[in-house]
Design a protein around this ligand. Structure first.
Ligand SMILES: [Zn+2]
Length: 386
């Protein structure tokens, strides 16, 4: 049976099995202020696109309201001291400088009203997406407001306060303690928060492709970060040189994603779909053009149906700082593929620079990284899956 055949069987036409979590209010509330690069509009305009293209009306798609994460769901991945500090700042009980040891009140993570409520709402939306997929109500579910992958156990970081992908993964492991989960992070920045939170958790494999930490925040995500203890081999990092273009990027993604999921045989995949790998992104230097994203979406979707049990896929948004142009289009491309309707994406969205003019070739460097990482990790992943 072909991979496409498996997908068709799981996603029958007319059966509402692809969930879109409704998060307009959540996106508006999680706002560091008008001069901050992470804009709520990236999410709001994604919804506008999805509606304009009819993707919320196709029979395969249903919309689901979110709920806030509970304190227990947040402290499953965060130190209670971090949560307490945020609540105290929100309530005016603590001087804002009290937040600095927790990464709050910094230029990246300035203090804003009701940080706990806004961040718990983003977490809850990703947990709702996970619950829909675990329960079988949805095959795939998308929370475009999610993907706050830099938050650490005890520290807000990189525009992220609570780590919603990590909270969703922890919620899945609570519901299904015997499951294995792959976390795939295609944001241009290393998915460090999720990696460190699950660094010694053998049921979770984290895969991150990103601009090398030698040149970009957060400065981590090298080939030799592979997990610790029983979980050695479950952190998979592909650092990419600046100006890596779509040909080399998609080669690496295809190679790593299929190899890891084949070896680890996950019960569910969580993807962080950061849209800052585009050549025009103001905060980073990878060089993908718009034409890369339908291929990326298709590749992930094919892999999900081939190598993930029942095609269970929870997707979040992430970074992306061309917030009113490129980012909402990229997430719409991903959701159109997820919903089985990639044909609705307007051809003019893909008109972009000539890839050879915005990127430089790095295939040999990338091949060497990928080879090194797979050699270290694949035997361990296979052993953990056995
Ligand atoms: Zn599918």
């Amino acid at each position: 049976m072909s991979a496409a055949g498996a997908g068709d069987a799981l996603l029958r036409v007319g059966e509402p099995r692809v969930a879109l979590v409704v998060v307009d209010d959540i996106a508006r509330a999680y706002d560091f202020g008008g001069s901050h690069p992470l804009r709520p509009e990236r999410v709001l305009l994604t919804y506008d696109n999805l509606r304009a293209l009819g993707l919320t009306e196709v029979p395969e798609v249903f919309e689901v309201p979110a709920r806030p994460a509970t304190e227990a769901e947040i402290t499953a991945v965060h130190d209670p001291d971090l949560v307490r500090a945020i609540r105290d700042i929100d309530a005016g009980l603590a001087d804002p400088s009290f937040g600095l040891p927790f990464g709050l009140g910094t230029p990246d993570d300035p203090i804003f009203p009701d940080m706990h409520g806004a961040s718990a709402a983003v977490c809850g939306a990703s947990i709702v997406a996970a619950e829909l997929v675990v329960s079988g109500r949805a095959v795939h579910a998308f929370n475009p407001a999610g993907g706050l992958h830099h938050a650490r156990r005890r520290e807000a970081s990189g525009f992220c306060i609570y780590n919603d992908p990590a909270a969703a993964i922890a919620a899945v492991l609570r519901m299904r303690p015997d499951w294995r989960i792959v976390y795939l992070d295609v944001d241009v920045h290393h998915g460090d928060g999720v990696q460190w939170i699950f660094y010694d958790e053998p049921r979770v494999a984290t895969v991150s492709l990103h601009q090398s930490g030698r040149y970009l925040y957060p400065g981590t995500g090298f080939e030799n970060e592979t997990g610790s203890g029983d979980a050695a081999g479950t952190a998979i990092n592909v650092p990419l040189p600046p100006f890596t273009g779509e040909g080399d990027y998609l080669w690496a993604l295809d190679k790593v994603l299929f190899a890891v999921t084949e070896a680890f045989a996950p019960d569910l995949i969580v993807t962080q779909l950061g849209a800052d790998t585009h050549h025009g992104d103001p905060l980073a230097n990878l060089s993908l053009t718009m034409r890369a994203y339908p291929h990326m979406a298709r590749m992930i979707h094919d892999c999900v149906h081939r190598n993930v049990a029942e095609g269970r896929w929870v997707a979040t948004g992430g970074g992306g700082y061309q917030y009113d142009t490129v980012v909402p289009k990229i997430w719409t491309i991903h959701f159109a593929e997820m919903a089985g309707h990639p044909e609705v994406v307007p051809g003019q969205w893909l008109e972009d620079a000539d890839p050879t003019e915005v990127s430089s070739p790095h295939l040999h460097t990338i091949e060497a990284s990928v080879e090194r990482v797979l050699e270290a990790c694949l035997p361990r992943l296979s052993a953990l899956a056995a």
